[in-house]
Design a protein around this ligand. Structure first.
Ligand code: CU
Length: 167
């Protein structure tokens, strides 16, 4: 009796199991809040002000360092990072893992606006660039200048993304 019942129910159970698996798959995809368009849209429409942060690549006395050497961001806020190079040689702002942990809205330099993922910026002497982004993934990320010898001479930094604060 139980066997017959089981045989009749089994196709339905298999179908339900399949449905559950595909549902969890869909929910699993949508449960990635960090990089979802909805989360980005929420930040862009938020009334919270754009936070401006400045970093200098080198200085006028040709020291090989970032000023400041440490920058802190909060996940979910929108930032404008203003980079400039006050020295007489070119420098790089190279932060690949950091770039993977943020959503870049744009990079502006001169009259050019660049959209899409950015991993490294090269600034010639006197150059200024503005990087507008939303930090998404908390963590501690390294920064360096990728010109040979600069990182070894001290041109390194630490970029921190703190957890999103409760609304
Ligand atoms: Cu450099």
């Amino acid at each position: 009796m139980m066997l017959i019942l089981w045989q009749r129910l089994r196709p339905g159970l298999n179908w339900l199991l399949g449905l559950a698996v595909s549902l969890s798959f869909v929910i699993g995809i949508q449960a990635l809040p960090l990089f979802s368009e909805g989360a980005i849209a929420a930040v862009l429409s938020s009334s919270k002000p754009l936070m401006e942060v400045s970093v200098h690549l080198g200085n006028s006395t040709e020291e090989l360092k970032f000023v400041p050497e440490q920058l802190e961001f909060i996940a979910g806020r929108r930032y404008k990072l203003i980079l400039d190079n006050p020295s007489s040689q070119k420098h790089y702002f190279t932060a690949k893992d950091f770039a993977d942990a943020i959503w870049t809205q744009k990079v502006e330099a001169g009259n050019v606006e660049v959209k899409g993922a950015i991993h490294e910026l090269e600034l010639k002497p006197g150059a200024i660039a503005e990087w507008v982004f939303v930090p998404l993934k908390s963590g501690t990320y390294e920064l360096h200048c990728s010109i040979p010898g600069h990182s070894e001479a001290g041109m390194r930094g630490v970029l921190t993304i703190a957890e999103q604060q409760p609304a």
